[in-house]
Design a protein around this ligand. Structure first.
Ligand code: LLP
Length: 410
């Protein structure tokens, strides 16, 4: 959880001002190492698509999953290869807008198809294109209903019963089927994992088609709360490896096994640093207001997500004194701009040390779905991102300016 120490937090806050995202490269490399048993680690870059983070991934042999034209261009800017011989980038989606269709054809980027229309439109534009089939196995699981990507409530993937129709389209357009993919949600537990492995084996056997690879999707959770259990990556690999071996025995040749994590690789590397700027007592609630809002860190407002919070005095010493129930909130003109809340928007005061104006507030485990989900709401510029690698501290995205925002309209 503690990716940075107090000294680093103070010097970053002083040098780059607040709010600022920070990432520790060592934590990312460590997490990559834990998944090395998989043939390919394909980073779901929606979790953190900063070009410098993507470069770090590439240097470690990690490939990427892109979900938009913008993410494809980011991956290319980070040095990932495209073309008929490359598999650095896979584009995963449920539809192909016209601009993206043209670009994946031009660059010969593999496409993970989540709807029959994607197969048709891609096949018509470029027969023979390399495709994956993203299958919705009929069930899903997530840390929130909003992050469950399987079952009847989910728009994602090709419904498992429609596999024959999808294969017929592949036949019709002579598409090159690389493999099958399943991602049933973010925050997958072991029992669902067993089910999804079994569903993958069943789908391959039913398809009657030869494939080269399978993808386990992402969804690995991290312990957001102190004392939470980290995921057992060896067990995770073991389950998928067993599925892969059964498929390989069935097909009569080796099968490549991919995993596609986002959160697991980057969440724990990241901390958001903000400054306490105001305090107020409202009836029974004690509010502490900081200069970061849900326009920066969206997860608590969106899902009721929990992030550990530390408070440091301006000189870096940990805030001491009695703990008191505190509602920690941001600057936005929106009552939901609260970092201590449960799913559904119920304010949940947290026991925190008494804060003083000018203290630093650190939101932990914000390296995934932090900066990448930020917005310009209330015309707030995107904030800076800083990468710490050993002794080196480097700004990897400068703060946006208000002038840049206005320029789009003027
Ligand atoms: N593959 C696909 C096709 C996905 O849709 C996703 C996430 C992943 C991989 C990576 O999932 P991960 O390993 O990070 O759980 N904004 C939410 C998470 C939404 C994830 C959407 N898809 C959050 O902040 O928790």
């Amino acid at each position: 959880m503690k990716a940075l120490n107090a000294e680093q937090i103070c010097s970053i806050a002083a040098e780059f001002s607040t709010p600022t995202w920070t990432y520790n490269a060592a934590t990312i490399r460590q997490r990559i190492g834990q998944l090395k048993a998989f043939d390919t680690i394909r980073f779901a870059q929606k979790a953190n698509s900063n070009i410098h983070i993507l470069r770090l991934m590439r240097e470690q042999g990690v490939k990427v999953d892109s979900v938009s034209l913008g993410e494809i261009e980011r991956a290319i800017a980070a040095g990932f290869a495209t073309g008929a011989d490359a598999d650095d980038i896979v584009f995963t989606a449920d539809l192909l807008d016209r601009a993206t269709l043209a670009r994946v054809v031009e660059l010969d980027i593999q496409v993970n198809c989540g709807s029959p229309q994607m197969l048709e439109q891609l096949g018509a534009a470029h027969p023979g294109h390399r495709v994956w089939l993203r299958i919705n196995p009929g069930f899903g699981h997530g840390h929130s209903q909003k992050t469950n990507t399987g079952g009847e409530q989910s728009k994602h993937g090709i419904w498992h019963e429609q596999l024959p129709e999808a294969l017929a389209l592949i036949e019709k357009y002579q598409l090159d089927l690389v493999g099958l993919h399943m991602h049933i949600g973010s925050g997958v537990d072991y029992s669902h994992l067993q089910d999804v492995c079994a569903a993958m084996v069943a789908q391959v056997k039913q398809s009657g088609r030869d494939i080269r690879a399978i993808s386990a999707g992402g969804g690995l959770s991290i312990p957001y709360k102190v004392g939470g259990e980290p995921i057992d990556t060896a067990h995770y690999f073991h389950l998928w490896d067993a599925a892969r071996q059964e498929i390989a025995a069935f097909l009569g040749h080796p099968v490549h096994l991919e995993i596609e994590p986002g959160r697991f690789l980057v969440a724990e590397s990241g901390q958001l640093i903000a400054e306490v700027r105001a305090k107020k007592d409202v009836g029974n609630n004690h509010f502490v207001l900081v200069d970061a809002g849900f326009s920066d860190l969206m997860r608590p407002a969106m899902y009721g997500s929990y992030h550990e919070i530390s408070i440091l005095r301006a000189d870096g010493t940990p805030a001491d004194g009695a703990l008191r129930p505190t509602v920690l909130a941001g600057p936005l003109c929106e009552s939901g701009d609260v970092f201590t809340q449960a799913e559904g928007g119920v304010v949940e005061p947290r026991l925190l040390p008494s804060a003083q104006i000018g203290d630093w507030v650190v939101f932990h485990d914000t390296g995934a779905y932090g900066a990448s989900m930020s917005s310009n709401y209330n015309t707030r510029p995107l904030i800076a991102e800083v990468l710490i690698d050993g002794d080196a501290i480097r700004q990897i995205r400068r703060r946006q300016t208000v002038a840049e925002l206005l320029a789009l309209e003027l």
